[in-house]
Design a protein around this ligand. Sequence first.
Ligand code: NIG
Ligand code: FE
Length: 424
Amino acid sequence: MSDFPEKADAVWVHANLATMTGSLPYGRIENGALAVTGSRITWVGKTARLPADLAGRVGRVHDAGRKWITPGLIDCHTHLVYSGNRASEFEQRLEGASYEEIARRGGGIKSTVTATRAADENSLYAQSRPRLLSLLQEGVTTVEIKSGYGLDIDTEMRMLKVARRLGDTLPVTVMPTFLGAHALPPEFDGRSDDYIDFICRDLLPRVTDQGLAVAVDAFCETIGFSRPQTERVFSAARRRGLPVKLHAEQLSDMGGAELAASFGALSADHLEYLSEAGVRALAGAGTVAVLLPGAFYFLGETQKPPVDRLRRHQVPMAVATDCNPGSSPVGSLLAMLNMACVLFRLTPEEALAGVTCHAARALGIHHRAGILAAGKDADFVIWAIEDPAELAYSMGFNPCRQVIRKGRQINYPQMVFNTKGGTP
Ligand code: NIG
Ligand code: FE
């Protein structure tokens, strides 16, 4: 354990810490303490081990009153920047149409593309901000946001700029992902290979030249893109030095996980139809399996991702909202913990790891986020719970009492009523 720093800005004492590292369940430290200097955690340990001259070395001492502290939550897969909604498709599905049928009829992702192309930057920002705030109020401090509802240069760039602006104006770290290969835009009808050419030659270079994305995703599926097409997008990403991830095996087994693994992908996501070979490939590559119970639930899917196999092969499992208008109109990461347990049989501890340490790995930021330890970002959440399993146990009772992001305390209820926008 590291020494207590000479000076710290603040220390939280009498907290129960779920550090999410070490050999104990949840990495628990009961009656623990945590010190922050600037934007970093500088000490974690037992309250009883704090130095005797603490008062002279620390700016502020907060008594956590035995509440639990976890790392800031990380939602590692969202599409939360978009315009409009798809409630009418929801009604069609309730009358018997499938997600694929609606997509083939020109609805689905394409209808959100039409709405998003028509929305200017301010409108997109205004529509997306409350969705992000819903996540933040439950302790999310890092969120991934994908493009993929533009599919042309202007709109893809606009979506990614809105993602960046959300991160600049709200207390959250945004990890923007380029998802040009999400669906075939109407102007390329019947010419999907030409669209892949356009992505590789024009769209991806424009996005990366402006530093608008830190990763590249694709939708490898019968209603998305084939494996060879996905491979071309991944090769273009590699040439530009960007890591990849993949919507894989959501509706059928396309061998997407094996392809993603062969590119050392950060993550493969959905995975309901993942094969044994796919599991082995992910294990071999150290690729994170991102489970999206919201999409499984909302689409009425019955095929579950092979959680037992993933566990047996020690593939890290993350959990995310997949917040999007078509397959997962979900604004609660805590609800996903519950669904991951009830629907996929994760343990509450696995579910929490899925939105902290394993989600950090899925974004390639595990060197600085996802656990409570000296040297990591001071992103953490104080919860009014008596046991960390409560985070997955209930739905809709938000027990988040305080969020600290990069060392600064945030008051979410005030933000919700602050209609002017901007930093609280
Ligand atoms: O993750 N599967 C592809 N993309 C999204 C759905 C997008 C949409 O339907 O708008 C997903 O499920
Ligand atoms: Fe998705």
